[in-house]
Design a protein around this ligand. Structure first.
Ligand SMILES: Nc1ncnc2c1ncn2[C@@H]1O[C@H](COP(=O)(O)OP(=O)(O)OP(=O)(O)O)[C@@H](O)[C@H]1O
Ligand SMILES: [Mg+2]
Length: 381
């Protein structure tokens, strides 16, 4: 498939000319007439390269460049600034705002093509080596809505892994929703400020050892990073690039990463979902949850997490005489249910009271067996 190049220029003649030169070489061209359009197209189309004019009304090329670099969806796309501004300071600002190359107009078509080819070749080499070299298997846990048991599942499956098939291996539980994590609390650990501190650090200074040293540890072997409790909306949100970097660093040194994603597909989760091998989608057996689950499956598909990478978990936190059965749920969602968690209200209450996961409190209980089975399934992925 030919490379897709986004050409951004407010001058229609330049836009046409660059487009023609590149099209003649077989490249697929997307055009944008201003900075705002450039950002929209870059996010929608994920081009392989951006050729960016500097002087444009509204958002100029420098600002576009900075925004592309700041967004995890576009942060690694090669950018060539191509402009009539030939002063040394202009070049320096261009490169400082994140451009990989700075070319000045006019330019011979052959020279432009040579730069484009070299840049795409370099990006391809980089991609081949910089594919997340994640040693860890990364599993995302997503609720179709809040309160369905997502965090309970993360904690219990994490402990099941650490005590069972992944014994002796490193299992990390992460929750990047600052203020909202209950992972440490469910394990009877004292939540730390580690995550809050990490987001104050420049990304380049983060490293695996430092992150490991700041995680809370549970006797079962699992490690937790999740922040301290704070009401929703009061804690500073984690920048997506920090969440991405922390996960990648840990992914290079631990064996399993289980991420509590809560129940949204916001910017941070969309960035994390690119690192995830498999998603467990937690649902409840009633109509409203199913409609939300359906929307979630469609949203996941849209960001590249196809249904073959999603396992639906039917979580019964309420013992009800009437609830939708497995077959009905499967035919509604057009997706097989990977596992069921049975209701155990008293056990869940005691677990919360004692800061002990259900699995350790009553190892013979039905939910405990179900958590173990799910852990086995994850090791088979
Ligand atoms: N198998 C179960 N049976 C009955 N109640 C359960 C079961 N598992 C968990 N619960 C209870 O359900 C409630 C919600 O659980 P949990 O906090 O894990 O959900 P969540 O989806 O992570 O919620 P939030 O959206 O607040 O993060 C808790 O009070 C928990 O004790
Ligand atoms: Mg939760």
């Amino acid at each position: 498939m030919s490379a897709k190049i986004l050409v951004v220029d407010d001058d229609l003649e330049s836009l046409k000319l660059i487009g023609m030169i590149l099209q003649a070489k077989g490249y697929q061209i997307i055009a944008a007439r201003d900075g705002q359009q450039a950002l929209e197209k870059a996010f929608q189309e994920a081009p392989d390269l951006v050729i960016l004019d500097v002087m444009m009304p509204g958002l100029d090329g420098y600002a576009v460049c900075q925004r592309l670099r700041a967004d995890p969806r576009t942060s690694t796309i090669p950018i060539i600034m191509f402009t009539a501004k030939a002063q040394l300071t202009d070049k320096v600002i261009g490169l400082q705002s994140g451009a990989d190359e700075y070319l000045t107009k006019p330019i011979h078509p052959r020279e432009l093509i040579a730069h484009v080819e070299a840049m795409l070749a370099r990006a391809a080499r980089f991609k081949a080596t910089a594919r997340p070299s994640l040693k860890a298997k990364v599993i995302g846990f997503l609720g179709c809505k809040g309160g369905v048991g997502t965090s309970t599942l993360v904690v219990n499956v994490g402990v099941a892994l650490a005590r069972g098939p992944a014994q002796g291996k490193k299992v990390a539980l992460l929750d990047f929703r600052l203020g909202m994590s209950t992972l440490a609390l469910q394990l009877g650990l004292t939540p730390r400020e580690s995550l809050q501190q990490m987001i104050e650090q420049p990304i380049g200074t983060l490293n695996a050892e430092a992150i490991l040293a700041q995680m809370e540890r549970h006797p079962s072997g699992v490690m937790v990073l999740g922040g301290t409790p704070a009401p929703l909306g009061t804690a500073k949100p984690i920048p997506p690039l920090h969440a991405d970097a922390i996960t990648r660093h840990l992914g290079a040194v631990v064996d399993y990463i289980l991420i509590d994603l809560g129940s949204d597909l916001g910017e941070v989760n969309r960035s994390l979902l690119r690192l995830v091998d498999y998603v467990l989608l937690v649902i409840e057996p009633h109509r409203i949850a199913l409609l939300l689950a359906q929307a979630m499956l469609a949203g996941l598909e849209e960001i590249g997490v196809g249904r073959h990478r999603v396992g639906v978990i039917l979580y019964h936190s309420i013992a009800a005489a009437v609830s939708l059965d497995r077959g009905t749920v499967e035919s509604f969602l057009q997706q097989e249910i990977k596992a069921i968690v049975s209701p155990a209200a008293e056990l869940a209450f005691q677990a919360a009271e004692q800061g002990q996961p259900m699995l350790l409190l009553q190892p013979e209980s039905v939910p405990a067996m179900q958590f173990h089975q799910l852990a086995e399934f994850l090791t088979s992925l």
